[in-house]
Ligand binder design. Structure first.
Ligand SMILES: Nc1ncnc2c1ncn2[C@@H]1O[C@H](COP(=O)(O)OP(=O)(O)OP(=O)(O)O)[C@@H](O)[C@H]1O
Ligand SMILES: [Mg+2]
Length: 321
């Protein structure tokens, strides 16, 4: 998948070689630093990208065998909500402040189903209960500002689940929450997933969250997928220097008395990405070829791939992490 933005100056190549699969009942994490194209990828998967300025430069999106990119808007609307649910980072921007949460969840159901209102109200109360909101029969009539941040995020999850979707796309849903509430929301998502048999595409910049929730992990850097594998591959046998650097930057890896490692430099602007490997300016394994040649994915077997021929060819001993 390639998604570019037209503007003044060179095209912004926000997503430039991203490919992933999500199977039923699976949790797939997409992880990478700010600006690497995670949200743009998610918006494209939901048909919410404004085209223009965005422009699909290549690739396709298949959902249950159906190609989504050429789907007309009314079919997109049916798909979203009914088969694909969405949870965003900041519920205040997604929940409407002038309607009660009950009204908003009810509306989400009625947009896709012919059901009578009192029945839908009962269903909404059950949904609020399912996502762990206490006294749901009272909370249903609350406005978003009357709820805490964690409760608002739970209400958003209830809305995303209202029509029993097969896939839920969650874009940094816990970033704005404190760690305790974050852990509760992750537990809730795992619990709901097991009960409802849905797939989750979970987007985050935080590898710590990935270990708590993912089956399969895709690491993105500057619009490019640089490594993919199971959670075990990524955490114990990382084969891309960027993944290794993200791991080293985890607070839990910090050794006593050491300062927290941060990756030097920053993600390049998508209009001015370097030639060759996009990570080369920040990479301490850099060789002359990295500056010129865009790296292929190297296969480590068992679904584990990394886009770094230097580590692959040299068989540099990457000690088990
Ligand atoms: N409408 C737009 N026009 C031009 N460039 C855009 C547009 N939307 C996003 N981009 C660019 O695409 C790149 C990827 O953005 P994206 O929001 O997907 O990053 P992200 O990985 O989700 O980051 P974060 O972790 O901060 O949410 C950024 O450099 C951003 O500036
Ligand atoms: Mg984002």
């Amino acid at each position: 998948m390639r998604i570019h933005f037209h503007g003044d100056g060179p095209d912004s190549r926000a997503v430039d070689g991203v490919s992933f699969n999500i199977r039923r009942r699976q949790t797939v994490c997409i992880v990478g630093e700010s600006g690497c194209g995670k949200t743009v990828t998610a918006l494209a998967t939901m048909g919410l990208l404004s085209i223009p300025p965005a422009h699909i430069a290549g690739g396709r999106i298949l959902f249950d065998g159906q190609s989504l990119l050429d789907l007309p808007p009314d079919q997109w609307r049916t798909l979203r909500g009914r088969r694909i649910g969405m949870i965003f980072q900041e519920p205040m921007t997604s929940l409407n402040p002038v309607f009660t949460i009950g009204d908003q969840i009810t509306e989400a159901i009625l947009a896709h189903e012919d059901a009578n209102e009192s029945e839908v109200r009962q269903r909404t109360i059950r949904l609020l209960e399912d996502v762990g909101i206490a006294q749901p029969d009272k909370r249903i009539d609350d406005y978003p500002h009357q709820l805490s941040g964690g409760q608002r995020q739970r209400a958003m999850i209830a809305m995303a689940l209202a029509c029993g979707p097969d896939l839920v796309i969650a874009d940094e849903p816990t970033t704005a929450l404190d760690v305790t509430v974050q852990a509760q929301i992750l537990r809730l998502l795992r619990h709901l997933q097991a009960r409802r048999q849905m797939a989750i595409q979970y987007i985050t910049h935080d590898l710590g969250v990935v270990s708590a929730i993912a089956d399969q992990v895709y690491v993105m850097y500057a619009g490019v997928m640089v490594e993919q594998g199971t959670t075990d591959h990524i955490f114990h046998q990382a084969r891309h220097p960027y993944t290794q650097a993200l791991l080293d930057a985890l607070p839990t890896r910090k050794k006593r008395g050491q300062r927290l490692y941060t990756i030097p430099g920053s993600v390049p602007h998508p209009a001015y990405k370097p030639e060759g490997c996009p990570f080369h300016p920040r990479c301490h394994y850099r060789q002359p070829s990295c500056v010129q040649i865009f790296p292929d994915l190297c296969d480590y077997g068992d679904g584990h791939q990394a886009r770094c021929p230097i580590l692959y060819n040299k068989k540099i001993d990457v000690e088990d992490r």
